[in-house]
Design a protein around this ligand. Structure first.
Ligand code: IMP
Length: 429
């Protein structure tokens, strides 16, 4: 089975939307396997811009979209996104969108707890999206979650709400936040049942049938390796495993079904929220990258922190994420800069390191070791072959390949779907 998984190789917002859209047009099924509506993908198709955060990007291309059990699902967010894209002319319904029946739900008490915790952390806040992602994953691991399938069992819902409220109201009380009452939550869930249940199924069976039929599946990651709950810059991470390995558990397929793993990285680096960012720029160049790259969060609208490409970090993401090839985006944002820098390692308390250390203090102390490269005068915008790129731009890409120890399989040179230099069709294996 020639499947593809695509994951972020930095801190998210690498421009996955466009690449996922390009890949989705070659796939039969697109599966989300982790995260929730904290993700934000912008897809530009012709004159229409779609902003998706929960729907698998394939719905824009008329492909079957699957929300896997590894996702935490806010039903209100799902239906408002469905309404939004329907208003833009897309046909989305149970015929082309399936939701794993064992997917945990995000309820209103999850964002409430997320925000109350962030407020209590003050200066030390994680900078979450405030969407309740962390608390919803905690409930899943704590075996308290209300899952999609529970909507078909009113007695189960009632008993689970008692358990959930005991837990959440104790925490909310401790944080000085308003508590939740059971009845309105139960009423909302009972009202949701007839709307959501038609989408629910055992998606592992659907994916198994797809495997037998030789269908092409695209596993669409959200966030990125450096936000992975195990491998990222903990605790400044999201609450799921963002690496491609999680596509198996998060969708209900075997590890050999994942196929080729693409890691997506910007030609520079950005981050939203708090946490270490060794190659961050605080000067005019950082500001310029932000302006040219339109670096504002899709979900929260927050300005993104900008910096130089961190090859040491992307190399780490390549190794941990099992990345077979890189997709490099937004190369055009670097057009015209006289000089570029690439972070090739760190100095941590006087010691040179090729990887980011694991400790929180050590990560905060990591100073970048930069390699300087010459920029290019010409434009890379809209290029569709290497021959159209200035020689220095090709050198920059080649140097990145060497440093991260992975080939660049695709280059994106503008938001337009067709402005892509594809060196290999990843579905070809
Ligand atoms: P949470 O996922 O809302 O809990 O946020 C945890 C961290 O992940 C914060 O630093 C967020 O800014 C970051 N984050 C979550 N989703 C995304 C995303 O899609 N792109 C970039 N950063 C994200």
């Amino acid at each position: 089975m020639a499947n593809v998984a695509i994951i972020g190789a930095q801190w998210g917002d690498e421009g996955k939307g466009k690449v996922v859209d390009w890949l989705a047009s070659r796939a039969d099924i697109v599966v989300r396997f982790q995260g929730g509506h904290n993700a934000g993908h912008t897809l530009v198709v012709g004159d229409t811009t779609y902003k998706l955060s929960l729907l698998p990007s394939g719905v824009v291309r008329g492909k079957l979209g699957i929300i896997g059990n590894g996702v935490v699902l806010d039903p209100d967010a799902l239906f408002s996104e469905i309404d939004k894209v329907r208003a833009q002319g897309l046909d989305v319904g149970p015929h082309n969108l399936r939701v794993a029946e064992n997917t945990p739900l995000i309820l209103p008490l999850h964002p409430a707890l997320d925000r109350a915790r962030e407020a209590a952390r003050g200066e030390d806040k994680i900078g979450t999206t405030g969407r309740g992602i962390g608390p919803a994953y905690e409930d899943k691991v704590g075996r308290r979650s209300i899952r999609v399938c529970d909507l078909a069992e009113p007695e189960t819902l009632s008993a689970k709400l008692d358990e959930l409220l005991l837990h959440h109201n104790s925490l909310l009380r401790g944080l000085g936040s308003p508590e939740f009452e059971k009845q309105p939550l139960l009423d909302a869930l009972l009202a949701l049942a007839p709307r959501l249940l038609p989408y629910a199924e055992a998606v592992w069976e659907t994916l198994d049938a797809a495997r037998i039929d030789g269908k092409r599946v695209l596993f669409e990651g959200a966030q990125a390796v450096m936000l992975d709950v195990d491998h990222g810059t903990y605790p400044y991470v999201t609450s799921s495993n963002t690496v491609a390995g999680n596509a198996a558990a998060g969708a209900g397929v075997g590890p050999n079904a994942i196929g080729t793993v693409l890691g997506i990285a910007k030609a520079y680096a950005t981050r939203v929220g708090s946490g270490p960012f060794p190659s961050e720029l605080f000067d005019e160049t950082g500001k310029l990258l932000g302006e040219r790259g339109h670096e504002f969060g899709t979900v929260t609208g927050r300005p993104r922190r900008c910096g130089w490409f961190d090859a040491a970090m992307v190399r780490q993401a390549v190794k941990i994420g099992g990345v077979n090839g890189l997709v490099l985006t937004k190369l055009d944002v670097l057009d015209g800069l006289p000089e570029l820098q690439i972070c090739v390692g760190y100095r941590v308390n006087g010691v040179a390191m090729k990887r980011l250390p694991a400790g929180m203090r050590a990560q905060a102390a990591a100073e970048p070791i930069f390699e300087v490269m010459q920029g290019w005068a010409g434009s890379t915008r809209g290029a569709r072959s290497y021959a159209e790129l200035p020689a220095e731009a090709v050198k920059y890409v080649r140097r990145i390949e060497e440093l991260v120890e992975a080939p660049v399989m695709m280059l994106s040179t503008s938001p337009d779907r067709d402005d892509t230099i594809a060196l290999r069709d990843p579905f070809a294996g």
